[in-house]
Write a protein that binds this ligand. Structure first.
Ligand code: ATP
Length: 351
């Protein structure tokens, strides 16, 4: 296992800047998830770490070893990396055993190769599958074989590009849990690219949030979820509502959630970022005394999302309520914000 340190990384395709001033540190043995919208450069970052793309600027270090600067690039096969591309990338004409043994090279004996293949297949729970071809496996089994191939040469780091994207929802949770547990049990430093915020929150020790070629925030799942640096970044890790607010000259915050008489004229305008589950909704009067009307209910079974209408504000606010649902559309309810104040200064009139 090794740590990864990326400083001021820049990657260009022709003259187009794809990654720019990207910084990221991952400790040895940690599981990192890279989360960001389509096209923001996640795969490009992974391929640059793997050595498949030469950066225009910046440095990449594995532990103390410098593997990438614009004038020196350690080739991919010398980086001791297990790379699992999107869809697994198994060779269709090779058997499972041949796929897993592919990266082991010719320097080891036949017996040694056999033994590594067997132990890798046992590790991913697929011993006995040696002679099968990839197309004779399910999507989840292919993912596990791709991982066995990546782990066979005992890499210092594993790079996973959306490993669970091809799996249906039912398979996904089980397989991703197994794969993450496997990588953590071998203490392999892992970087996983994903679109799926729940995969990232559940699996990762550290989440790096990307936008337009840069990492805009990184931290533990709880840090990035609870302390997002902007509304845009907050949306990467979960549902968020922005509520027009005013910070008074004395430093107090006012919004429809915090008092019912409208916003004060003095003070600076901004927004509060609130997670829907931080809005408590009650059929009975509460201390805060803020009332709202339910304009819509989306019922999900384990919880429900209520759309709330407040007097004097066109914008509807979503609240998530757990447990049995005793609300109905049109009902007047009492609302309280029970969560941290996340203040973003700026235009408070955004709808
Ligand atoms: P997705 O989540 O959709 O896979 P991504 O975040 O992984 O997207 P990348 O695949 O890294 O994004 O692509 C980032 C940008 O770089 C995109 O605009 C893409 O079109 C461009 N790009 C990727 N590879 C190349 C290439 N080989 N040549 C030119 N442009 C490329």
């Amino acid at each position: 296992m090794t740590s990864l340190e990326i400083r001021d990384l820049g990657v260009k395709f022709e003259s187009r800047e794809i990654l720019s001033k990207l910084n990221l540190t991952i400790e040895a043995g940690a599981f990192a998830a890279i989360l960001g919208p389509s096209g923001c450069g996640k795969t490009t970052l992974l391929r640059t770490i793997a050595g498949l793309i030469t950066p225009a600027e910046g440095t990449i270090r594995f532990g103390k070893q410098l593997v990438s600067v614009s004038s020196l690039v350690l080739p991919p096969h010398k980086r001791n990396i297990g790379y699992v591309p999107q869809e697994g990338g198994l060779f269709p004409h090779l058997t499972v055993a041949e796929n897993v043994g592919f990266a082991l090279g010719k320097k080891i004996s036949r017996d040694e190769r056999q033994s590594i293949i067997e132990s890798m297949l046992t590790l991913v729970g697929l011993s006995g599958f040696e002679k099968r071809l990839p197309q004779e496996l399910s999507g989840g089994q292919q993912t596990r074989i791709a991982l066995a191939r990546a782990l066979a040469m005992k890499p210092a780091m594993v790079l996973l590009d959306e490993p669970f994207a091809a799996l249906d929802q039912a398979l996904r949770a089980g397989i991703s849990e197994e794969v993450v547990a496997l990588l953590k049990s071998t203490n392999t430093t892992t970087v996983m690219v994903t679109h799926d915020r729940e995969d990232a929150l559940v699996s990762a020790d550290v989440i790096a949030l990307m936008r337009s070629g840069s990492v805009v925030q990184s931290g533990t799942p709880a840090e990035v979820y609870l302390k997002p640096i902007s509304a845009d970044v907050a949306e990467s890790t979960g549902d968020v509502v922005t509520i027009p607010a005013v910070q008074s000259n004395e430093g107090r915050y006012f919004s429809v959630l915090h008092q019912s008489e409208g916003l004060p004229q003095d003070g600076s305008k901004g927004e509060l970022l609130v997670r829907p589950e931080e809005i408590r909704v009650s059929a009975h009067s509460t201390a805060s005394g803020v009332t709202a009307t339910i304009s819509r209910i989306n019922y999900y079974g384990h919880d429900a999302l209520l759309e709330l209408e407040f007097a004097g504000m066109a914008k509807l606010i979503r609240a998530r309520v757990a447990g049995p649902m005793n609300f109905e559309v049109g009902q007047t309810v009492f609302v309280e914000h029970q969560g941290p104040i996340r203040w973003v200064s700026g235009n408070a009139t955004r709808e």
